[in-house]
Write a protein that binds this ligand. Structure first.
Ligand code: ZN
Length: 366
């Protein structure tokens, strides 16, 4: 196969291409190298590439890049040039070293489009924390460091996030943790007492979560999105087609080849349909799914998660991490994912109210 330098390189490019390519990669671990090569070979051939050509990643459609920052009603005080270059300096270790200057610009634009208080919170937070490149995105309270995996901005919605949402998720953790001190148990979500509800976000979250039937919510939302129907329409047929395709792999007769081509086309249509839906579910419902996992142990279908052990052990035997996770998720949704934010508000109206109160108080008090 002359068009690949290494299998990883190959996979990476296919991964970025479209869903049929992803379908192949998904199954790659079960396939022999030869089978994988054959399928990919065939796949590229169908796409009209000649052997030896480098595969260029497909351009992501700008219109589907998740939420674009919305205009707020309150007149926005734009970031000054000094603030912009400060943010840029802070993030440069991650973005500039990886030559992602365009992405860096997008992040700064996103920040500039936030309300004044959110803008202030983010800029102040970036004055206080390190932002460093890493293979995993995580906030480390004791180091006051946001570790950010640049790969998470490569695709949109694939891991349940809109573009750049992960950076703002970790920024949300930093804001939460920088409330009192640096350690667990000292976060805003555990310590700030709401003026309206006379409770912390953590306590309110547990109260509201108890009233929710997450399983039922999942069924309702997923039915509304047409998920079960699409799954039924696509999955069994895709399995059939894969089986059929495999049985035709050995032959090179023109007839069989034509059959394979036909199968590939159908497969591509079906997987596109399926993955478009699942990615949408991931983008929209990952916050709810996280909370479902924290409180019931079950995540939503097709959604990733932290694993139940992640949430369980707070220092006070409480839902500690769930509150921290809620804060970070809601913060990134607010900044970058309208649909997810609206859902959070719908199912956790009071907890979201306290979250907003914290932003207001923190955003103006310093
Ligand atoms: Zn988190």
């Amino acid at each position: 196969m002359a068009w690949i330098r290494s299998k990883n390189d190959h996979c990476f490019n296919v991964l970025r291409l479209n869903t049929a390519g992803r379908d192949i990669i998904r199954r790659a671990p079960q396939m022999s190298d030869q089978q994988l090569e054959q399928e990919l070979d065939h796949y590229f051939h169908n796409k009209g590439w000649r052997s030896g050509e480098r595969v260029e990643p497909k351009q992501v459609n700008q219109n589907t890049k998740g939420k674009e920052p919305s205009q707020k009603e309150v007149p926005n005080v734009r970031l000054t040039d000094t603030q912009r270059s400060k943010i840029s300096d802070k993030l440069s270790q991650v973005f500039k070293k990886a030559h992602k200057t365009k992405e860096l610009k997008e992040v700064i634009e996103t920040i500039d489009n936030q309300s004044n208080e959110v803008k202030k919170l983010i800029t102040e937070t970036y004055n206080n924390v390190h932002v460093l490149p890493s293979k995993n995105s995580v906030y480390m309270p004791h180091q006051k460091a946001i570790y950010f995996d640049l790969n998470s901005i490569r695709e949109n919605g694939e891991n349940g996030y809109s573009k750049n949402e992960v950076l703002f998720h970790e920024t949300g953790h930093a804001i939460d943790f920088n409330y009192k001190g640096e350690g667990r148990g000292e976060t805003a979500s555990e310590n700030y007492i709401s003026q309206k509800y006379n409770k912390t976000l953590e306590v309110m979250l547990a109260e509201e979560a108890r009233t929710l039937d997450f399983g039922k919510i999942e069924k309702e939302l997923y039915t509304k999105e047409g998920y079960y129907k699409i799954k039924e329409e696509t999955q069994p047929r895709l399995k059939e087609l894969t089986k059929e395709f495999r049985s035709l792999l050995r032959s090179s007769s023109p007839d069989i080849k034509a059959k394979r081509d036909k199968i590939q086309v159908e497969r591509e249509v079906l997987s596109t349909k399926y993955f478009d839906t699942t990615h949408k579910l991931q983008r929209k419902y990952s916050s709810l799914s996280d909370m479902s996992q924290a409180f019931t142990g079950n995540k939503f279908e097709e959604n990733g998660g932290h694993g139940i052990s992640y949430f369980s052990a707070g220092p006070h035997g409480t839902v500690n991490k769930s509150a921290n996770e809620f804060f970070a998720e809601t913060f990134s949704s607010k900044v970058r994912n309208d649909e997810s934010y609206e859902l959070t508000k719908k199912y956790f109206p009071k907890t979201t109210g306290i979250f907003e109160e914290i932003l207001k108080v923190k955003g103006v008090s310093k």
